[in-house]
Design a protein around this ligand. Structure first.
Ligand SMILES: CC(=O)N[C@@H](CC(=O)O)C(=O)O
Ligand SMILES: [Zn+2]
Length: 330
């Protein structure tokens, strides 16, 4: 069964406070320090290879007006080609983990998070890096994706718009993870303007040239944007269509927590495509289908991401939302 009409419409439109007076422009200070993080997850190899390459060939990412620093954030996980050693580095940049009052043996990633926070933060202070681009790969069919944490940050919205426009006709989706129930304390969150760069599909422990090239292009467009901004280029007011996370959906599971069903073939690889009421989501080994019973069309993403089986997430539901940013200049 399943209607599968693939005719989703936008659920609603949110405007940030910045949209109230589009005539004014916001003035920001120059971007001085930018970090490019790779290996936050040691088995996501496009970012690992690019950052290792740029550590030797810094000239490829150098821009006149700012410092650009490539950095491997989880070297032990990179060495073992695993997501993490003790705990997920991209979940432990909360104030409690960073503050250092944890008793007993400290997990490797917590130690590492504190080190990273002192080098590129501290989180929430004015001494933190201006921008951190954190490179990730997904096993899901998401293409190039920018992950945005704050819907009111005009600078980052303008940067996403610039990257999206430059990437065309290749698509570049923007995922907003601001939702209080779903938000997590990312490595990049210690910067004033954090951006995740997520590119897939790429299996864990594998590097694909097409995916690596896409990631490299996104990074270069991000750096170009910051260089133009520092040179005084004015960016006009803009709107940005984003997919805002609503909730995580787990696989059906049996009493012992094992998988009771898997992603249905008609949802597999359909990231960002509308999922309408009645559309299939899961199928059991006996062929029994579970359909989506919500009232509104949603847009699934991270569909069948390998790293999320342990996080009880089969995919994330998102809605389409339009953000607005004021004109931007130095
Ligand atoms: C597949 C993967 O690792 N995704 C990232 C997304 C992000 O950086 O926000 C994570 O779960 O940390
Ligand atoms: Zn990752």
């Amino acid at each position: 069964m399943g209607i599968n009409s693939r005719t989703g419409k936008d659920l609603c439109v949110h405007f940030t406070a910045a949209a109230v007076n589009m005539a004014t422009s916001s003035s920001h200070s120059a971007v001085r320090r930018v970090a490019i993080f790779g290996g936050t997850h040691g088995n996501e190899l496009s970012g690992v290879l690019l950052v290792k390459h740029w550590l030797k060939h810094g000239e490829e990412i150098a821009r006149r007006s700012m410092e650009v620093r490539p950095f491997i954030t989880n070297p032990k996980a990179v060495e073992k080609c695993v997501r993490y050693i003790d705990t997920d580095l991209n979940r432990v940049f909360d104030n409690q983990s960073l503050s250092g009052d944890q008793k007993g043996k400290v997990p490797y990633e917590i130690e590492q998070a504190r080190k990273i926070n002192s080098l590129f933060g501290p989180k929430g202070s004015k001494n933190g890096y201006d921008v951190i681009l954190d490179l990730h790969n997904t096993t899901a069919h998401m293409g190039a994706t920018l992950i945005l944490e704050n819907s009111r940050d005009d600078f980052t919205i303008q940067m996403c718009k610039y990257i999206q426009t430059s990437m065309a006709p290749e698509s570049c989706a923007v995922l907003l993870i601001e939702h209080p129930g779903v938000k997590y304390a990312t490595t990049r969150s210690i910067a004033k303007h954090p951006i995740g760069i997520e590119v897939g599909p790429q299996p864990q422990g594998v590097v694909r040239a097409d995916i690596l090239r896409t990631m490299k292009n996104v990074v270069n467009y991000a750096l170009d944007f910051m260089q133009y901004f520092n040179e005084g280029t004015e960016f006009p007011p803009c709107s940005l269509e984003v997919y805002r996370v609503l909730e995580k959906i787990d696989y059906p599971r049996n009493e012992s927590g094992d998988l009771g069903a898997i992603i249905h073939p008609s949802l597999q690889d359909q990231d960002w495509k509308p999922l309408n009421p009645g559309d299939p989501m899961f199928i059991t080994m006996d062929g029994e289908v579970t359909c989506y019973e919500g009232e509104n069309t949603v847009y699934p993403t991270f569909v069948n991401e390998a790293a999320y089986y342990e996080k009880n997430q089969a995919f994330a539901k998102t809605e389409k939302v339009t953000l607005m940013a004021q004109a931007l200049r130095l």
